[in-house]
Design a protein around this ligand. Structure first.
Ligand SMILES: Nc1ncnc2c1ncn2[C@@H]1O[C@H](COP(=O)(O)OP(=O)(O)OP(=O)(O)O)[C@@H](O)[C@H]1O
Ligand SMILES: [Mg+2]
Length: 191
């Protein structure tokens, strides 16, 4: 979809130009909000992305999960089958940088999709109706639709990534909540 492409480009150019300090400050505020959510507290198995290129930083939250009693699951990108394989990690030693420069599990330790209670979702553009535009390969759309109905999808983003309205297609999966440094959008699943 052409309109999605334009929006990706526009928001990515802003995100790519952020100062590291700004990225870090926003991420700290956002991750503190996540930690306070009842949904987070109740979730035992959490699927979370490894940030890169000025995405909201997830490493502090991952440390919080590992030091708590939560199981941490991250994506392994299977580019041949264009699917994300949820893989459990127990610490930094389980990670390695891939050819794109972001971290992935060193060895795949698969976790079945029904076990996942919460997904922390990355993205490029969102809107206030909880629609999402990602990198444009459908990786997240494909996995999110397979979650058990009780699992929650919480997106984290810098506030400028959330627009009034964006296009969405049949296959696009909506978020339950979008958390930014300034706001929380979405169904009142918490607070
Ligand atoms: N459940 C699905 N099964 C098969 N193909 C899908 C599915 N969901 C999306 N796709 C395909 O993926 C392609 C990209 O979709 P879209 O533009 O929504 O990506 P995106 O949401 O930006 O990307 P991503 O989910 O990787 O962050 C589309 O051509 C779409 O047909
Ligand atoms: Mg989509």
């Amino acid at each position: 979809m052409e309109r999605k492409k334009e929006l990706r480009k526009k928001i990515l150019s802003i995100r790519n130009n952020m100062l590291k300090e700004e990225v870090e400050n926003n991420s700290n505020v956002i991750m503190k909000k996540v930690i306070r959510l009842e949904t987070y507290r109740q979730s035992k198995v959490i699927f979370i992305y490894m940030d890169f290129n000025n995405e909201v930083v997830t490493s502090n939250l991952i440390r919080h999960m590992l030091s708590g009693k939560k199981r941490v699951v991250i994506p392994y990108t299977d580019t041949i089958n264009t699917v994300l394989i949820p893989s459990e990690i127990t610490g930094e030693a389980d990670l390695k940088q891939n050819s794109f420069g972001y971290y992935e599990p060193k060895h795949i330790l698969p976790v079945s999709i029904e076990e996942i209670d919460l997904v922390i979702v990355p993205g490029i553009v969102f809107d206030k109706n909880l629609n999402r535009i990602g990198f444009g390969k459908g990786y997240y759309d494909r996995i999110l639709r397979k979650l058990k109905p009780s699992a929650k999808k919480i997106a984290v983003a810098h506030d400028f990534q959330v627009l009034e309205e964006i296009p969405s297609e049949e296959h696009d999966v909506k978020m339950d909540m979008i958390i930014t440094e300034l706001s929380c959008y979405g169904k009142n699943i918490d607070f």
